[in-house]
Design a protein around this ligand. Sequence first.
Ligand SMILES: *Cc1c(COP(=O)(O)O)cnc(C)c1O
Length: 368
Amino acid sequence: MKVPLLDLAAQYASIKPEIDAALDRVVASQRFVLGPVVQACEEAVADYVGSAHGIGVSSGTDALLVALMAEDIGPGDEVVTTPFSFFATAGAIARVGATPVFVDIDPVTFNIDPALIEARITARTRAILPVHLFGQMAEMAPIMEIARRHGLAVIEDAAQAIGAHHDDHTAGSVGHYGCFSFYPTKNLGGYGDGGIVVTDDPARAEKLRALRVHGETTRYHHRFVGGNFRLDALQAAVIHAKLPHLECWTEARIANAAMYRGLLDSSAALGLPRVVTDRHVFNQFVVRVADRDRVQARLTAAGIGTAIYYPVPLHLQECFAELGYPPGDLPNAERAANEVLALPIFPELTAGQIRHVAQNLVDIVLYG
Ligand SMILES: *Cc1c(COP(=O)(O)O)cnc(C)c1O
């Protein structure tokens, strides 16, 4: 039996008529960039998240970038963030000319440790950029409190966490901006690149809308220097058609995670994901294992797909060498980078596939 890390074809097969009809309508309209299909998608996603405004953009990366631009964050400014995330989190900060300031993670959740944030705030700090990694929300209550005390913006990187919630707050709706990705591997994935920024603030929404079209407010009149960060209608049509299924897919991910837990719980050599919030949406199911690379190689040989998110923490990336973080500086992130292993968790996995993955993993961990 082969078990891929992700099988997008299975999902497409389950919704093919709806998707094909939505795509056909866009092609028939010949309206490919922004327009009514994009607007309908924006409203539906913002409504799902529980935010007043949604601004569709070209990717999750550009969602972060345009949010930072909307705050006029740039050279000389600092943004406090996590070292354990996809590169875009810190890349967006660097691309506006600001300096990412990395704070170590909580080893239980892999998310930024709020207790370490305040010590890194300076007169130059403009924003906090927490990531809801793997589908579980960062601790937003203390983060919002710190931001309020210091007058900082909060930009949530919710790319992996659509539908996650805790204490009546949903991922992306707590901070001043919530940034989502529609990259195909995300829980709500399009058929290419796409993303959205949500916000409750009408002034911020208006600025985001201008920035995604080169800062244009009326045709050929530019109040800001923005970029081409537009969402195209084919992606919006796919996202809008998939959205009604998202809850069902998320519940399937949660059920798959529970099944893994039942099968793997007794293996002391494995660190299982800990759920400390009301709803973890399991974009990834990530275990910790000491001799990770060997275990991954054995699973690969057995036909089981896995991945390492992420092998190099951001503060140790070559492009950030000049920031001067020595190895050992952020030990929880560095340890996680050496131990994490993501297992297949996509909604369409069968019980037989989950048992097969768990059995192989336990055998490899126990018997080598
Ligand atoms: C996927 C992802 C992004 C970037 O999204 P893209 O749509 O690929 O640009 C940013 N942050 C995190 C945490 C992600 O997982």
